[in-house]
Design a binder for this molecule. Structure first.
Ligand code: SAM
Length: 470
């Protein structure tokens, strides 16, 4: 029986089950009958469990791997259309009491400058973010109970939401901070956060303990059961992720899917998003020393499998990936990307100021360049945040997704928020391409009444009206 107070990670990430899954998959990796059955289940949009997903991950048969990639592309198209939701990280503070071996913010690192944004700094950062066109942020902070207490994060959220600069506004604030208590999660929910994001880093208990030698993050159980507490605290949308490169990718993918299965079984709703960060070079961090780097091919296969295994879960890729790698996985199932990101504290207002960077980004383009590139590749960049404001979160969001009805709002909202971006922030080249893309996409809105409304609203946006509900 689920009891949030005594819950142990091993109740849902059973190490023996992960190992059994890996040998189950290895034994079936060249069995076309089993693999075809699994693909048929995925094709029926029923999702896959961790064992089935791992068989696909190990599959050695080229024609069936090709079928997997084709299916991932198709599911992406059917569920998300051409839309790609845009966001940016905002680093609040790099003070941290943890000793994570892969992160330059670890407490022993004396090379980097330590910095925490004041509320005035946040106003400057958010104004700079609004000036490039962002509407959705992910707040990031190291774990430091004295310098970055929850009160500081809550005040930061309030400040972010309060800034209305020209036509800009941050309409959704997601939060990526250390595991905390049910009470703190309740306060985050009351502050109006969108998704609570927490990467597991690695699900392998022994590796986790070795990679997190000191600090509160050392506690594997506390970290791994955080999403249960977040959901207890009323946060509907939680975002999972592992940091690929720390441990074997097969172990990580199996356990990540088991985590999602547990949330769905226990709380009635699976993860809202899954992030797939890969370990990057950083101040005193060399990814090669961790010995588990994955190739671009394996990375693409992981994304394709996640797409078919959990079709209703958004997939997020950050600027840790190069433009080339991002282009490939966008087709295979990624639904949300960051653009124009700075991974330093204060980096939007003062890009070259101090060395406070968390990791080297692999995609240095401006948001406008990313938007132009996305459209040239046939995607529709979306700045929409309406689901969250309309209460379409958690199981209500999932139910809409599953019924297919979400297409009636997401596609028009994507076009309208893109139009707002084009009017307010785009370069002439991006604006010209965007306008012709929108013109060609209006006919794709299936309901004629909705189509007429969209045409009217697009005209109103051209005349300067903005819709803060989107
Ligand atoms: N402090 C929060 C916590 O304890 O989970 C999270 C905030 S941290 C700024 C966000 C994420 O960056 C981490 O969860 C980790 O996965 C990732 N990260 C840390 N070092 C990294 C590196 N060298 N390369 C890529 N990503 C890294």
């Amino acid at each position: 029986m689920y009891d949030p107070k005594s819950l142990k990670a091993s109740e849902f990430i059973d190490h023996q089950e992960v190992l059994a899954t890996l040998s189950f998959a290895a034994q079936r990796s060249s069995d076309p009958v089993v693999i075809r059955d699994i693909l048929a289940k995925a094709r029926a949009r029923q999702g896959l469990n961790h064992r089935e997903a791992l068989v696909l991950l190990d599959c050695q048969l080229e024609d069936l791997n090709q079928e997997l990639f084709d299916l991932a592309r198709q599911i992406k198209k059917d569920f998300y259309g051409q839309r790609i939701v845009m966001f940016a990280p905002l680093y609040l503070s790099n003070y941290c009491v943890n000793g994570c071996l892969y992160c330059p913010y670890h407490s022993k690192n004396k090379n980097i400058a330590r910095r925490k944004l004041s509320m005035e700094d946040i106003v400057r950062e958010v104004t700079a973010l609004q000036d490039i066109g962002h509407k959705r942020l992910a707040l990031e902070a190291g774990e430091h109970p004295k310098l970055n207490p929850l009160e500081y994060i809550l005040e930061a959220i309030q400040t972010v939401y309060s800034i209305k600069h020209k036509n800009g506004a941050i309409r959704r604030v997601n939060v990526n901070i250390a595991a905390t208590t049910v009470e703190d999660y309740r306060r985050l929910r009351e502050a109006g956060i969108g998704t609570y994001i927490l990467f597991q880093e690695t699900y392998h208990p022994e590796s986790y303990a070795r990679l997190h030698p000191t600090g509160p993050k050392h506690d594997y159980d506390w970290h791994t059961t955080a999403m249960d507490r977040a959901m207890e605290g009323g946060i509907d949308d939680v975002g999972l992720g592992v940091l690929f490169g720390l441990e074997g990718y097969r172990y990580e993918l199996a356990a990540l899917l088991m985590h999602g299965e547990h949330l769905e079984a226990t709380h009635g709703v699976g993860p809202h998003t899954i992030s797939v960060p890969r370990l990057r070079e950083a101040d005193d961090i060399n990814p090669e020393e961790f010995g588990h780097g994955i190739s671009d091919d394996i990375f693409a296969k992981i994304v394709a499998i996640a797409r078919v295994a959990v079709p209703y879960t958004g997939l997020i890729v950050s600027t840790r990936e190069s433009a080339q790698s991002r282009a490939r996985v966008l087709d295979l199932g990624v639904s949300q990307i960051s653009g124009g990101s700075r991974t330093s504290v204060g980096g939007y207002y003062e890009p070259e100021e101090e060395n406070t960077t968390q990791f080297e980004v692999n995609d240095n383009r401006s948001l406008d360049e990313v938007i132009l590139w996305l459209m040239k590749l046939g995607h529709i960049p979306s700045f929409c945040t309406a689901c969250y404001r309309e209460g379409r979160t958690g199981d209500r969001f999932m139910a809409l997704c599953k019924s297919g009805k979400i297409q009636n709002c997401c596609h028009p909202n994507a076009l309208m928020t893109l139009k707002e971006y084009l009017e307010d922030y785009a370069s002439p080249q991006t604006a010209a391409l965007g306008d012709s893309l929108i013109a060609s996409q209006i006919n794709e809105v299936p309901n004629p009444k909705v189509r007429d409304l969209v045409i009217q609203r697009l005209a109103a946006i051209s005349e300067g009206q903005r819709d803060f509900r989107l």
